[in-house]
Design a protein around this ligand. Sequence first.
Ligand code: ADP
Ligand code: ASP
Ligand code: MG
Length: 809
Amino acid sequence: MSFKIIKFGGSSIEDAEKIQRVAGIIEDTIKNSELAIVVSAFSGVTDTIKTLAEYAAAGKNIDVAFDSLVAKHTECAEKLSIKNEINIRRILDEYFTQLKSDLLFVAKESHLSSQSLDKVLSYGELLSTKILAEYLCQIGIPAEQLDARKVILTDNYFGHAFVHYQQSYSRIRSYFKDRSYMQVITGFLGSTKTGATTTLGRSGSDYTAAIFGAALNAKIIEIWTDVSGILSADPKIINEAEVIPSLTYEEAMELAHAGAKVIFPPTMIPALYKNIPIVIKNTFEPDHPGTTIAKDRTKTDKNVAGISSLSHVALVRLQGAGMVGMKGLIGRTFSSLANENINIILVSQAFSEHSICFGIKPEWITKAVKTLETEFSFELKNHYIDEITVEKNLSMVAVVGEEMRHTSGVSGRVFSTLGNNNINVIAIAQGSSERNISFIVDDEDVDQTLKSLHTEFFTIKDEWIEIFLVGVGTIGGELLNIINQESPPGISIRAVCSSRKMLIGSDALNPATAKDKLKKSNMSFGLNDFLSLGNKKNSKQKILVDCTASETIAKEYVNIINRGFSVVTANKIANTLDQNYYHSIRHTAKKNNVKFRYETNVGAGLPIINTLRGLITTGDKILSIEGVLSGTLSYLFSAFDGQNPFSFILNEARTKGFTEPDPREDLSGMDVARKMLILARETGAKLELDDISVESLIPTELDPTLSVDRFLDRMVDFDQFFIEKLENANAKQKVLRYIGKWDGQKVKVCLEAVSNDNPFYNQNGRENFIVFRSKRYNDVPLIIKGHGAGAAVTAAGVLRDIQLCLEDR
Ligand code: ADP
Ligand code: ASP
Ligand code: MG
């Protein structure tokens, strides 16, 4: 039988339920392999103990946090109902007594040395391995804890100890010689030759697994965690990150070094040395094949294997004209830092030699600057070196892949993508291996950096949609916000315009800044120029998204579509121009094999038009459509209960932004008439806007040329008219609703008094409410209701239409 090491991280063992799941995986695996298990501390425990120690050193009270740490472990042991309860309780209690006394020692010293920290941290792994080993025995798998400090020998660099491989290997081999029980090994821990506890670095349990794997010539080292492998980017930042099926040791090391937390970078060293494959598996999806890390991997068509990022990096820079040609400068810089055990993450030197900079974690800043000031005191005093500067709050990003070595232009693509997204690159370092391009950006830019690079290298280009957005007002602006927040895959903004200006990117525009940049743009808007861009890259689908209410643009749809664009529109005008034009848009779209979508023309984001279409295409016959379709009029008539005059409610609604800037547009009923016309036309009716009977609520006595304010003042004269309507309705237990109706013949929109047997009686607030009666939905009609106005739902509806264009392809 082959021999395997399997390691479970904290994410896999934080409570009784997860331990049972882990035990299940172990039970399955021992059917085919011999095993040793490596385990981390329960999730979060290493951090908790670290905080406890820091509190103790600072003289703060630790009782509450300590008690909850105890409870977490004892409750877990109880829940697993380990038979050997007395024994396990005794051992756990012993660990807690020792931990308490170590913490008291730290408190007494008022200082936390890295040696003391390593000592206290070790209890995390001691506790978890003990509990797992006892539980395995309980379910019939003879197992025992192995405290790795007995076998892993390290130097005394506490917190990041260096492992003496050969001595550790031989100790491990002799320890395993006479063991018949399955070993449950503490990850993360080692000890010096004098027996002091050391740790191998945060996340170091992965490394422990590789050390045991190499010592025992395992066939495979499995790292079980909470994701299905190494992903193309951090899944917490990139939703659509994908599992990378296979990587070389070097690629995995580069990705891990630059922040892919899923595996600790040194893990690859012993495995590479002994050529043992490492497989990353998901405890919560055990059948997923995961990622295999080995010496070679099959080539793929992707130039980039993955992208990683590491935040909170500081950049130290030495600069000065006097540095040019100065011999030994680099050597002295790095040896002095190495002597102080300062870990350098990245190095970048400009060709001019007049500056050199390197990245470190912020905890090293003070020590690094001090070290360099001492080392270069002469050069500083004599101004060969002008200054040593430190920039903080930066992130390192690495783009990694073996294929980059044989493909030219990858770094060009990386940096032009960043340029197009207005991301400022602060320093660049390309590894000599050419399988890694690393650079530094502001912490603030790191999410956008990963998103844009991930889209550039991982989204299949033929499936991309380029958006040409017309109108960046309330709806267009909100659409940019949603695209920025959600980064919907495959969608990029190519150009934006307002009625006066336009902004065109050489590639994708950054949705976060497009609106502001448009304001500053000095290109005046011309539809022809705006669209001619779209001809450059024919492989992608181009969509003109109309978020205006402009008739001029609406009248251009046929021309726009003829140029190969799909059109997604929130603008109702085109669909309510004459029948010939209405027909021509559809005919042209079909001829050009592009889409014309307008779900938000009625009821904002509510799925009204697609539902209606679905009924018709499946052979249903629409008998009637009735709806309360104006958010503004709904609001006015639900707020108008007789307490306040109608003119007052109208004024108030305008102030709250619930009406159009000129409320007459709402009161005229034309908005509802247009919506009803669109719905009626959807059923096949040949109607014009003029055919609709519309009851306008604007008193005919009022001069249409009045200013808005004058108009609102004059509305007071008509309060009596509205209150009479309301009182008449109320006298018959009815309420007023502004309703649109299509009965299969004609469309009518009017103010009606409805009683409580009418579906609209209970309609309230700014809700849209629509009732379809059809052959299939006759006695019980199909009703759609919900918030039918507002930028957020409308913009989401527009985005959905865009996505449907992508799905339709
Ligand atoms: P464990 O407790 O099992 O050791 P870790 O938290 O150390 O688990 O590592 C797994 C986590 O690493 C994932 O949940 C994920 O959030 C994070 N991660 C960051 N970058 C990547 C990446 N490129 N691929 C996979 N996971 C990543
Ligand atoms: N428990 C340790 C940590 O949290 C080691 C590990 O999880 O791998 O860093
Ligand atoms: Mg880990």
